[in-house]
Design a protein around this ligand. Structure first.
Ligand code: SF4
Length: 374
């Protein structure tokens, strides 16, 4: 697999603008099989495909209703893997699609395809959802309306519980064969007070015994702060606890189950976990476009940055098959009006994407935020 240089030069203003627009509008593909398989369903942002522009790989929606009406269209790749990107009929840039990783052709000793255990995100990130079930998702009344964690399981593209041994085997081979640089482990929330911290810790322990790979764990705040020390001791380098929305009204409307954990608990968990993982090594996802205003998002980001937390603001992607599939994706001008001041905010606080050891903030493919940092 070809990977971009470790530190690509900063993008030009026009490339940055194009990335923000592509993530809002999405992209139509003349050849839907170009590059690595697109991602459908699963936890977190989905229905998108990795696209490399100016040496930077971003995830661009391709399977959403917004994308089908996008003004952007990519021609089929030529023999070198490069495609013409057009706005309407006018060519505006050359883009590339990261290739299908080699580890996808293998299967575990117990017969599970590696791609059902973990997938390639961006250009060099291995990502897995350890538990593909979630206490929130089991009831329509409580489920997060943007989430598709059950879709890939129902379609047979993944398994319900990836064991530590399976994860270690796949991680080792993804490093050896495809040169992945870090790994994201998220999980559906299991019953119990640890909220997934235990399964993250046991998985990290097995992976770190097999391969030297920086790891991010993602879960809801556990009830007991001592889980942060345990996760760190097990080999987790960075932690993500995802607010998703920043006001209680939007949280209750969009994610009624998860909203029962108050924002105050997130803030106290951020404070405790930054003491363990370090400034800038704890992050949170904020989905822009679900109802929070620009001012509300930026005010929460100020609070988070003061705590040493990296606020990874991403444009909401309306995933097909979810209750929000027809909800509009946010306008690119509105996204820019958040990402520009936020890029300056995190840069001034010294908690930039490039300083993060592992995870979504470091990968940066789901948001053009890092392109606005200096
Ligand atoms: S930002 Fe996170 S969810 Fe998005 S592609 Fe990168 S690792 Fe995957």
């Amino acid at each position: 697999m070809s990977t971009p240089p470790l530190s690509s030069p900063p993008p030009s203003n026009s490339a940055r603008q194009l990335m923000t627009e592509l993530q809002s509008f999405g992209l139509r593909l003349v050849d839907p099989h170009a590059g690595a398989a697109s991602r459908r369903g699963g936890a977190g942002p989905s229905d998108h495909k990795a696209v490399t522009i100016d040496g930077h790989t971003i995830m661009v929606p391709v399977h959403t209703s917004t994308a089908w009406a996008s003004p952007f269209v990519a021609d089929a790749p030529d023999a070198t893997g490069s495609s013409a990107l057009k706005r309407g009929a006018i060519p505006i840039a050359r883009i590339e699609f990261p290739k299908q990783p080699r580890f996808y052709s293998m299967q575990t000793m117990d017969g599970v395809p590696y791609g059902h255990i973990a997938t390639l995100h961006g250009s060099d990130v291995l990502a897995t959802t350890i538990l593909q079930t979630c206490i929130r998702y089991e009831s329509r009344r409580k489920a997060c309306k943007f989430c598709a964690i059950g879709q890939s399981l129902a379609a047979g593209r993944t398994i319900a519980h990836k064991t530590p041994q399976q994860l270690a085997e796949v991680a080792r081979m993804a490093v050896l064969l495809d040169g992945v640089k870090h790994m994201v482990m998220t999980t559906g929330t299991p019953p119990g007070d640890d909220r997934g911290a235990a399964v993250l810790a046991e998985s990290a322990f097995a992976i770190k015994a097999a391969v030297d790979l920086p790891l991010q764990g993602q879960c809801e705040p556990p009830d007991d702060d001592r889980w942060f020390d345990r996760m760190k001791a097990a080999g987790i380098d960075t932690l993500g606890m995802h607010l998703e929305a920043v006001t209680q009204a939007v949280r209750e409307r969009i994610m009624p189950g998860k909203a029962t954990v108050p924002i105050e608990r997130y803030l106290s968990a951020f404070e405790a976990s930054v003491k363990v993982f370090g400034r800038g090594q704890v992050s949170t996802y904020i989905l822009a476009g679900l109802g929070d205003t620009r001012e509300e998002i930026l005010a929460m980001c100020e609070t988070l940055v003061a705590l040493g937390v990296y606020p990874f603001v991403v444009p909401f992607v309306p995933i097909s098959g979810t209750p929000l599939e027809d909800h509009p994706a946010p306008d690119s001008g509105w996204m820019k009006s958040i990402l520009e001041p936020l890029g300056a905010m995190v840069s001034n606080a010294g908690i930039r994407a490039k300083d993060i050891k592992a995870g979504c903030g470091k990968c940066g493919a789901c948001s053009s935020l890092s392109q606005y940092e200096n």
